[in-house]
Design a protein around this ligand. Sequence first.
Ligand SMILES: [Ca+2]
Length: 522
Amino acid sequence: MIEKGRRTAGIGLVAGMLVLSACSGGNNGNDKVGDTGGAEANAAANAGANGSEQVSIKIMANFSAADMAASEKPIFDRLEEELNVKLEFIVPPATGYKEQLQLSLVSGDYADLVFFPSETDESFINAVNDGVLVPINEYLDELPNIQAHTYDISWEALETKRDGDIYGVPRTSVARNDGFIVREDWLDNVGIEVPENREVTIDQFTDILRKFTFDDPDGNGKDDTYGFGAFLNGSKLIDPILSSQFGNLGWQKSDGGEFDFMTPMYDRTSDVYKEVLAYTQMAFKEGLVDPDSAVIDRNTSIDRFKRGISGVRYEFAGNAYGAEKGGKELNPETEISYLFIQDREGELKGVSYGTGTWGVWGVTAAAEHPQRTLEVLDWLLSDEGWDMIKFGVEGQHFNMEDGQRVYIDDVESPWRKNIVRRANDGDFFISPSHPSEEREKMRKWVDRSIETVEFSLDQGFIPPASKEPSFQDFKLIWDETITKIMIGELPVDAFDDLLDQWYAKGGQAYVEQMNEYIAGTQ
Ligand SMILES: [Ca+2]
């Protein structure tokens, strides 16, 4: 039952991904008269023309390996041939990328195309304000693939000066409303049937957690399992088990009250966030959560799930098959499936924060051919380029047998998946080496997690008020109190007092500034 030839594919889980909706105002500024002078006119003349002169394009990128792998070289060879360009990559060690980036910007000796960690990173904002990065609006019309595969919200986020000029191309991050992987064999053992669409109500979910905790789902006659496996996140905090299910969709237009925009967490007129906390508290108090959850990291939580200590955990659907394979190594009975939890109205939706970007490609003033520089990214997002990015190269990553890709074990390709991504292509994250039947199943869940995303309106904006010492000091009290409420050491009503204090410690200014920001993006 255990398959041989195990291959770990670099599944890049988009950590903390979050994006925002927003119908783009449609202001691409394409009618704007460029101010980059001759270089631009020159580039426009060359743009995409077959038989154009070969140009060199220097790219500064953040990859985990300094050199392109032999396996992925054919992708860049093809690109160079197709666009008649010569690519020159500058790849500093990933751990020192920010410093190298800073140095190159200060020195004035920068590449044509430069990768920035995010659109809110100081290095990016400074590069925009110092004129190191040029607006790309006027080139977008000739970049159909970039246009087709980028979230509207990302373009808005890249209007750094809020004047319509766009200062980069996002390395897109796919926004998802992930659900949970679940021990399907345990569901069978305790007699729970889940609908074909894998969606259950909050009450059904609670029932699953209870039966997994108290009904000996692994059938060994011992009381040794828990429903839910949680963990401490990157900020050393426990996340609520359910949240959007109670109506927490981040910053949204408010229906009355003091502010035009509000998030349940800071809303003194709504109980939504208290309901979020109360659910998690109930689960801890009833003992439905692996008690180690409050002291372990995500990897340990994954391991405990694999060992059959917990039966449900939060996970990207595309990792379900890998979890099943891992579980079977310890217990051949292991079957893994997926669960989505509906909200109280029976709808499935979850919030995504941020701007659909995972870093930004900026074109610098040093680029003599901005249009052709951007065409490099555009080609990688074309059907031909994307096919190789996503599935790899025949003969390098896989061989075709009976019309199927059969993957070759352990082929490194550290660059290809870290340059561009297509918005809403969740398939990208599902290892192409998995059996096609399993991929098909997971893709349905992944697609569902993508189509049920609602975007928080804050676009990742961090109000300046949050930099105030009193606000920052209070964060410790906030985190501690929230944690104590969730694990049941404080009553849920302790949240009311906490929120009042938060407003007094700078929260008022925070919410005002956030409202001003969101209003400016509408
Ligand atoms: Ca048991």
